[in-house]
Design a binder for this molecule. Structure first.
Ligand code: CDP
Length: 345
């Protein structure tokens, strides 16, 4: 490559642009900034119109459309697919199962391992597939929010693994995931003291609104509060907030959240009911004939003849079993003891 010696020689050693050149550059920059600002202010940026309608046509307290389907992954113990507006999430639950690595096991209760991940294609700008701090934080708080609803002490030394994948995101994904995860845990048949139902509430453009979308979350005065409840007791199991509000507004927002979360809870119950109705007990070949054959078609229950055919195989009444156990013990109080020591005496 040839160097232009003339230019190099003529150029001063420490080259500084002349003052008037600096001024020119600064003036150009200022003009550009001004043009951008003007363009932005001319854009029609609005969040709630004069009739109280939001940009996506919802009223102030309307949720986006929610669709919940339980039991979608046959390889998982429990699963759920949920759409919440544009958000699409998939949850798989495995457990209670052996804890690996073993040192994580708790001898008093099951541990919950909640993993929230966003697919690289779930947002407009590619999301780095490596788990970031945001995902670690959401996994932690969501796992703790679910723990409150599960009878963990019944499964010591085990783990309940919950994997959550966000396939498409438009604000409120942590709440969408938590809501779906609670359904998936119930779908896995893990005993729970209550459901966990979540909602976001907040403010955009000076108006208090429910279930914020991305546009509303990005409003200059936005308040974005994610809340999860045990819906029957209204105990709060998750509470996170962006933005600044007064204590009075906070109390009012919590009330709005508690009222509107009922809608989410109803949809969760509906999804679980539909899933259990579709689950047919697996019949061993010949089992159906056995159930229908005359000698076994009836049995005696509390002195009454009961037809097995009339019984819905899905209707399990725990009191039947307790009653039988108690009767045996009442008749022969030593029965349990005998069974234990092999009836030596
Ligand atoms: O989703 P959520 O509102 O629970 O959490 P957030 O951290 O407030 O994120 C709000 C929204 O920002 C997400 O729902 C995504 O739509 C978007 N987002 C994104 O575009 N890229 C990321 N890496 C993370 C979030």
């Amino acid at each position: 490559m040839k160097f232009d010696q003339k230019v190099l020689v003529n150029k001063p050693k420490s080259y500084q642009p002349k003052k008037n050149e600096d001024e020119k550059i600064m003036a150009k920059d200022a003009k550009e900034i001004k043009t951008k600002k003007t363009a932005k202010s001319e854009e029609k940026l609005w969040w709630v119109d004069s009739k109280g309608k939001r940009i996506d046509g919802r009223g102030l307290n309307d949720l986006r459309n929610i669709k919940i389907q339980a039991g979608v992954l046959p390889n998982a113990d429990g699963s759920c697919y949920l759409e919440w507006g544009q958000n699409k999430v998939l949850v798989s639950v495995n457990g209670p199962r052996e804890v690996l690595p073993k040192h994580q096991a708790n001898p008093y209760k099951a541990i919950v391992r909640y993993t929230y991940r966003m697919a690289a294609f779930s947002v407009t700008e590619r999301k780095n597939p490596r788990p970031g701090r945001r995902e670690t934080e959401i996994s932690k708080v969501s796992g703790e929010a679910l723990e409150k609803a599960i009878f963990l002490e019944r499964f010591p030394n085990t783990a309940i693994d919950i994997f959550v994948e966000v396939l498409d995101a438009n604000a409120g994904t942590r709440i969408a995931c938590l809501t779906a995860a609670a359904v998936a845990v119930a779908d896995a048949g893990i005993p729970m003291r209550d459901m966990v139902s979540g909602i976001t509430v907040g403010r955009a453009d000076g108006k208090w609104i429910v279930d914020l979308n991305k546009h509303e979350e990005d409003a200059p005065d936005a308040v974005d509060m994610a809340v999860a409840f045990l819906p029957n007791t209204k105990d709060v199991t998750l509470l996170q907030m962006d933005g600044e509000i007064t204590p009075e507004d906070f109390a009012a927002l919590m009330k709005t959240a508690a009222e509107n979360v009922e809608k989410v809870y109803e949809l969760q119950k509906k999804a679980l009911k539909e899933s259990f109705e579709n689950k047919k007990p697996e019949m061993v070949p010949g089992m159906e004939d056995f159930m229908n054959s005359t000698p076994h078609a009836e049995h005696e229950e509390h002195g009454e003849r009961v037809s097995l055919k009339a019984k819905d195989p899905l209707s399990f009444d725990a009191s039947d079993y307790d009653a039988n156990e108690n009767t045996e013990l009442e008749e022969n109080p030593d029965a349990e003891h005998e069974a234990f020591d092999g009836g030596k005496e």
